[in-house]
Ligand binder design. Sequence first.
Ligand code: ADP
Length: 262
Amino acid sequence: TEAQLRQSQKMEAVGRLAGGVAHDFNNLLTVIRGYSELILTRLAPTDPMHREMEEVKKAADRAAGLTGQLLAFSRRQFVSAKVVDLNAVIMNMDGMLRRLLGEDIIELCADLDQQLGSIKADPGQIEQVIMNLAVNARDAMPTGGRLTIETRNVTIGKGPRRETMVLEEGSYVLLAVRDTGHGMNEETQSHLFEPFFTTKEKGKGTGLGLSTVYGIVKQSGGTIGVESKQGRGTTFKIFFPRVDEAAQRADVGTGAAGHARG
Ligand code: ADP
């Protein structure tokens, strides 16, 4: 639709701008980090300035982390794409997710489709996507709740569609991350994927989590959407093009090669 096209053009422009700024900042930060390290080696650990210099170095390191995330958002090419078993990635993260979510949030990875097709992506990046979505889900459920991770094969054909998102005909692997948190209003939903957009209090959010997710999903040729109801919860849905043979057989005759637009 026109609105979606406008949104994707906007994200592209934001991505280019963010990428340029991040790149220049990274160069400057390299200088700051390098010199603060050098100064630290020249200061006696008992010198009161040693502690202060350490703070400078720590802040510069953190800034470098942020610009790294921004670069990931704006980069277009694959980092190291390979055929990935999404279920395996999710199951590997189980321990980490449990620690992240704490005792009050039940984490359910039970809805993993055992016949799930393959996707082509960078497994490390897919982990980052799931981590970022899980962190947001946790923050939306301060008094506890339920996080569900679901995977499923989805084929979009010519007929009526169950999915509300606009997808080209073809075979997809769906990754859905659902929480029972506070949800979000329309205004928040419309800015969600923009870098530095956050509703979290100062120091808690960077506003880079979802823009990073968006960048990674795009790099994998996928499409992301969100469904949210205030007071009820939020579901993020990511459709990756399916790359295995079964998907190619299913696509014969439809003319769709399993590529998502978005
Ligand atoms: P950050 O988490 O640093 O604020 P994000 O880009 O990850 O940055 O998220 C942007 C904003 O989107 C959040 O501040 C929050 O308002 C909203 N948001 C993201 N995920 C959820 C969720 N699962 N439930 C409710 N709101 C969410």
